[in-house]
Design a protein around this ligand. Structure first.
Ligand code: SF4
Length: 360
């Protein structure tokens, strides 16, 4: 964890991920959809009958096994939302809010949600596939949006088509989506919003994708390489080989205490930086103890932080794990629960331990 010879920065996790919409215009086969079942395919099913994929072609890979009890509805852009995120800010000392989906740019009030979150004291980011970014990012930027992480599933139409549901493996459609992604990245740049591209590298056969991303996209785009959770060492080795191919040198490591996320920053010979984002095996000390997935392979994300949902009955739900959606609690219950205290305790204890380890 502590690479010899590079500085290690340790911060506390203060991020809330908010699923603002279930809809999405892509059908990526590996999508976890933030843990909730695809709403359009499950709207006539009850809890316990939810399926991981249906006739829409979209997937929510854990939905058949994660015990989800609700479907996500569009996040309301009103006082209720403001009060929910203010309550979580105070309960967990949060400072960052990350809009997710589905595809957040398809929410008709994404700029208004951004503004409410900014005015509630959050720095606001978004994960997007770039579908409608060209149209909504200027308003989101005016509302205070800080950054967008673009999920980059392919750098060519063929690559993107390959990871879509068989019915939508259409290179013409895929090219349109890639053009939209490039436009969205440019729109970020012209509106002062930071842009990064997240790209998962399952093995070294994916190296050309990464090289194309670095060679053909804007040099201002931050590239973040993610190891594939289910591909173990071959994914990590591939990323290290790609970094070596580019002559990248490790500069610093950032560890976020209290959650599984960590990243190492590399510098390329031309001064550009690449991030290697990895998952650490962090668990909630009590909640994870009895979990059936708590082993070195089945728990794919570790404890990644908390997520806020709005369900179709008009309640806010707080989740701690996309593989165990049965652990979700209604917001009012969460605020007074041992789970909230457990999250704070984990964060503060790990922060102290990591600092002590770095000093030693
Ligand atoms: S993070 Fe989720 S899947 Fe992993 S052990 Fe904890 S509850 Fe289980």
């Amino acid at each position: 964890m502590f690479r010899v010879g590079i500085p290690v920065h340790i911060d506390k996790d203060t991020t809330l991920r908010v699923k603002i919409l279930d809809a999405c215009g892509l059908t990526c086969t590996f999508c976890h959809n933030e843990g909730t079942p695809v709403a359009i395919d499950n709207r006539h099913r009850s809890s316990g009958e939810f399926v991981a994929s249906g006739s829409s072609g979209r997937a929510s890979i854990y939905a058949g096994t994660n015990g989800a009890t609700f479907l996500a509805a569009p996040m309301p852009d009103n006082d209720e939302f403001e009060q929910a995120i203010a309550a979580l800010r105070d309960a967990l000392e949060l400072t960052e809010l990350h809009l997710t989906g589905g595809e957040p740019t398809l929410h008709s009030a994404v700029a208004r949600l951004t503004r409410i979150a900014v005015e509630t004291g959050y720095r606001v980011g978004m994960t997007s596939n770039g579908e409608r970014g060209e149209r909504v990012i200027p308003d989101c930027a005016a509302a205070g949006l800080d950054r967008v992480n673009f999920s980059t599933f392919g750098t060519t139409a063929a690559e993107l088509a390959e990871v879509q549901h068989a019915r939508y493996r259409n290179p013409v459609l895929a090219q349109r989506k890639i053009d939209a992604l490039k436009e969205s990245i440019t729109t970020c740049e012209t509106n002062g919003v930071k842009a990064s591209a997240n790209i998962v590298v399952p093995d070294y056969s994916h190296a050309p994708r990464v090289h194309r991303l670095l060679d053909e996209y804007s040099p201002h785009l931050t590239v973040r390489l993610l190891n594939s959770l289910d591909r173990g060492a071959s994914s990590i080795d591939a990323i290290e080989r790609i970094l070596a191919d580019r002559g990248a040198v490790a500069e610093a490591r950032h560890i976020i205490a209290g959650v599984s996320g960590a990243r190492t920053i590399y510098r390329l010979p031309d001064g550009r930086r690449i991030y290697f984002k990895q998952i650490r095996p962090v668990r909630l000390p009590s909640t994870c103890t009895g979990c059936q997935f708590n082993n070195g392979t089945d728990c794919e994300e570790g404890f990644y932080g908390i997520r806020l949902y709005y369900d179709r009955t008009g309640s806010f739900q707080v989740g701690v794990c996309i593989q165990r959606m049965d652990l979700c609690l209604p917001l009012s219950e969460f605020l007074n629960s041992p789970l909230r205290r457990e999250i704070l305790l984990l964060r503060n204890t790990e922060y102290r331990q990591l600092k002590a380890r770095r000093a030693g």
